[in-house]
Design a protein around this ligand. Structure first.
Ligand code: NDP
Length: 522
């Protein structure tokens, strides 16, 4: 897979302008910056690698069942890689169905014996402890998340880990106040929750799932993605450190079929899934007709809509953040830029300038903006869709930055002349690829924004508050950001419409998904 990205020449128009020029970034980029008096200063960042020795990796990690690390019954292991180097990081237990039975059994016993009966104020103490330990170990988790997932350290350090801790803080606060959260009701936990999470935000998705489940009094069995199991297994250590009773949190590792066995288990009461729409549909079918409660958080193809009165610099930054944050491997990424025709040309030119300043490379370097794609299959999918975009007649721009010799890297990519029906306008690419579409009127913007099978998120950039309100009411998206993008907060519900799934995570809505308000429980 590495050969695919080695020194691949930039295709399309590689424009370098003004202050965006950067050593090694374009054929016409200056190798130094003239001071005007004959002196030159090199215009390159010094390497700023985060030390990785704070993470002490063992060669093998078992699963976490009933408070203990256990080896797989079938004796099989698989390897998790560093996507930036393709080097193996550790061997991980491959669960079989009997391991899943053990984990669900442990969660059930713990629910009956301890957690389901424990007063909310006692559960809260454990959640507060977990939040505090995550904060204390934040640098270790940030480095681990970057090593296993490929995301830039500045994002895992400043977004993933603090937000994960914030979810535990937030839901800890609700654990003893459920009857105030839902007055005149009798909120009771559902029982055992089966939770399957993806690889794009491994620790954060774990927190989105485990924190509300535990606050509401449920016990959990969680399956992380096979390409990013490490932070969940390190989280098991946090549970031990917090002296969480055995069986409250269980973690099984293994391929998708183990995820399916988990959600199909008859002793599971609640299923929560984040991942692709295809797998979401499979899970929906598997759970249909059973007593299980279900929430699905699936894919997206968000429109980021820029009107001609938008503050241009702010909007450029918002569009860049919307699609290049976490290499675009974000379900709510602003992967379609809808820009008003009257400003489209200057806006796209400035966007290209900004793209040429993005630093692609070593995710552990603190100056890196775009890290490694999470896995080889995902890189192949992105490359296939980039080729499809060109074949369908869209015009491609990629800055001519050098890519590392090894690892799963792709250049930030921008397509103009994109037709509404083309694959890059319709399909979730889940990579750093932006499709630009123009519009003339607000009605046309809404029509185009909603012309997608998905309905997860959208963005609106304009200085008019009234226009924001008018747009928000007509956009078919679970979350709409105004003059910002990709903002997350534990108090704010998140979720989608249509093929983006159903149910909400975050805020009070997130608790609802783990409670029976009529006091029946399970
Ligand atoms: P998947 O939906 O396949 O994986 C998400 C999780 O589901 C993983 O833990 C995976 O396990 C598990 N899983 C896979 N198959 C099943 C199954 N049949 N039953 C139960 N669980 C299952 O995502 P991919 O990793 O394959 O990515 C494919 C595409 O999905 C991406 O290109 C992207 O478009 C989209 N995606 C969307 C995400 C989102 O947040 N909305 C997140 C990730 C991907 P395992 O890792 O072992 O296969």
């Amino acid at each position: 897979m590495a050969e695919k990205s080695v020194g691949k020449p930039a295709t399309g128009v590689a424009v370098q302008r003004g202050r965006s020029a950067d050593v090694g970034r374009g054929t016409d980029a200056p190798s130094s910056w003239a001071l005007g008096d004959g002196q030159q200063i090199p215009w390159e960042y010094a390497p700023a690698p985060e030390a990785r020795d704070i993470v002490q990796l063992r060669s093998r990690y078992g699963m976490f069942i009933n408070g203990k690390e256990v080896a797989p019954r079938g004796g099989e292991w698989f390897t998790t890689l560093d996507p930036a180097t393709e080097e193996p990081l550790a061997e991980i237990a491959r669960a079989d169905v009997e391991d899943v039975n053990q984990a669900v059994g442990a969660a059930r016993r713990s629910f009956r014996r301890d957690w389901g009966r424990m007063p909310g104020r006692e559960r809260a103490k454990y959640l507060f402890r977990i939040a505090r330990i995550l904060q204390e170990r934040s640098r270790e988790f940030a480095v681990l998340e970057t090593l296993d997932g490929g995301k830039p350290i500045k994002e895992s350090r400043d977004v993933d880990v603090p937000l994960a801790a914030a979810h535990f803080w937030y839901y800890a606060g609700w654990a003893d106040k459920l009857e105030y959260a839902f007055p005149a009701r009798d909120p009771q936990p559902l029982g055992v929750a089966a939770q399957v999470i993806p690889w794009n935000f491994p620790l954060l998705m774990l927190a989105w799932k485990i924190a509300p489940a535990l606050a509401a009094g449920n016990t959990v069995v969680l399956k992380p993605a096979s390409s990013t199991p490490l932070s969940a297994l390190f989280f098991a250590d946090v549970c031990r450190q917090a002296e969480l009773p055995p069986g409250v949190v269980n973690i099984v590792t293994g391929p998708g079929e183990i995820g399916l066995a988990l959600v199909q288990h008859p002793d599971v009461d609640k299923v929560a899934f984040t991942g692709s729409t295809a797998v979401g549909k499979t899970i929906g079918r598997a759970v249909a007709g059973s007593h299980k409660a279900l929430t699905l958080e699936l894919g997206g193809k968000a429109a980021n809509i820029v009107f001609d009165d938008a503050p241009m610099d702010q909007a450029i930054e918002g569009v860049v953040n919307g699609i290049f944050f976490n290499q675009g491997e974000v379900c709510c990424a602003g992967s379609r830029l809808l820009v008003q025709e009257s400003i489209a040309e200057p806006f796209v030119e400035r966007l290209k300038d900004r793209l040429s300043t993005l630093r692609v490379g070593d995710p552990l370097d603190k100056n890196t903006d775009v890290g490694a794609i999470n896995n080889a299959a995902q890189l192949a999918k992105i490359e296939e869709l980039v080729e499809a975009g060109q074949a369908e007649g869209a015009e491609m721009y990629q800055p001519a930055c050098e890519l590392p010799a090894r690892g799963y890297f792709v250049r930030p990519t921008l397509f103009t002349n994109v037709s509404q029906s083309s694959r890059i306008a319709q399909e979730e690419i889940f990579g750093p690829v932006l499709s630009v579409i123009t519009f003339r009127t607000p009605a046309e913007a809404i029509e185009k924004a909603n012309n997608t099978p998905y309905g997860l998120s959208a963005g609106v950039w304009t200085e008019k508050g009234s226009r924001i309100l008018a747009m928000v009411s007509k956009l078919r998206a679970g979350v709409v950001w105004a003059n910002t993008f990709n903002r997350f907060d534990p108090t704010s519900p998140f979720g989608g419409y249509k093929e983006s799934g159903f149910g909400r995570e975050g805020g009070l809505h997130g608790l609802l998904a783990y409670l029976d308000l009529d006091g029946e429980g399970h």
